[in-house]
Design a protein around this ligand. Structure first.
Ligand code: UDP
Ligand code: MG
Length: 154
């Protein structure tokens, strides 16, 4: 099973959408294996968004991501990285598909509610960057056999 990082951004916190977004991921069948509230330090953001550092709009993104604490979550599931990217929708929220989190709940490119890792390699690095080993949990999901076939569990 894959693990992936989700951040619920300051607009999700401020707009009282934390419960709604977490509920969507829970109802999909994904398993929550870590969760905490964090005020993101600038140096962590500079690493997390290093592909954007140097762009003219990056200072505004960094300041946006520091406006309130965020909720960091680690979710586990079969193909969890891609599954959550699909549920999230494209970056520009007003063009995100209906049914997606961004498509249903946001209008902006910057204020698009949620971060999710974009590849398995990135997910592994991001989960390690945001969570200490003892903040991540392994436990039995008693519904697993109703969520997956035997070949999909693992
Ligand atoms: N972002 C922005 N303007 C841009 C590109 C990105 O404000 O032109 C912000 C937006 O919040 C986005 C984040 O920077 O979610 C990270 O950008 P990325 O391209 O990695 O998009 P994502 O993976 O979040 O869809
Ligand atoms: Mg990204």
């Amino acid at each position: 099973m894959e693990r992936t990082l989700v951040l619920l951004k300051p607009d999700a916190v401020q707009r009282d959408l934390v419960g709604d977004i977490i509920s969507r991921l829970e109802r999909k069948g994904l398993k929550l294996v870590g969760i905490k509230m964090m005020q993101l330090p600038a140096d962590l953001l500079d690493v997390h968004y290093r592909h954007l550092v140097g762009r003219s709009f990056y200072p505004e993104i960094r300041s946006f991501m520091q406006r309130t604490p965020v909720i960091a979550c680690c979710w586990q599931g079969a193909d969890a990285v891609n599954t959550i990217r699909l549920l999230c929708g494209v970056t520009k929220a007003r063009e995100a598909a209906p049914g997606t989190i961004r498509g249903e709940l946001a209008m902006s490119v910057q204020a698009n509610l949620i971060h999710c890792s974009d590849s398995l390699e990135t997910a592994q690095a991001e989960v390690e960057r945001f969570f200490k080993p003892d903040e991540l949990f392994e436990y039995e999901d008693i519904l697993e056999t109703f969520i997956y076939s035997s070949g999909e569990q693992g």
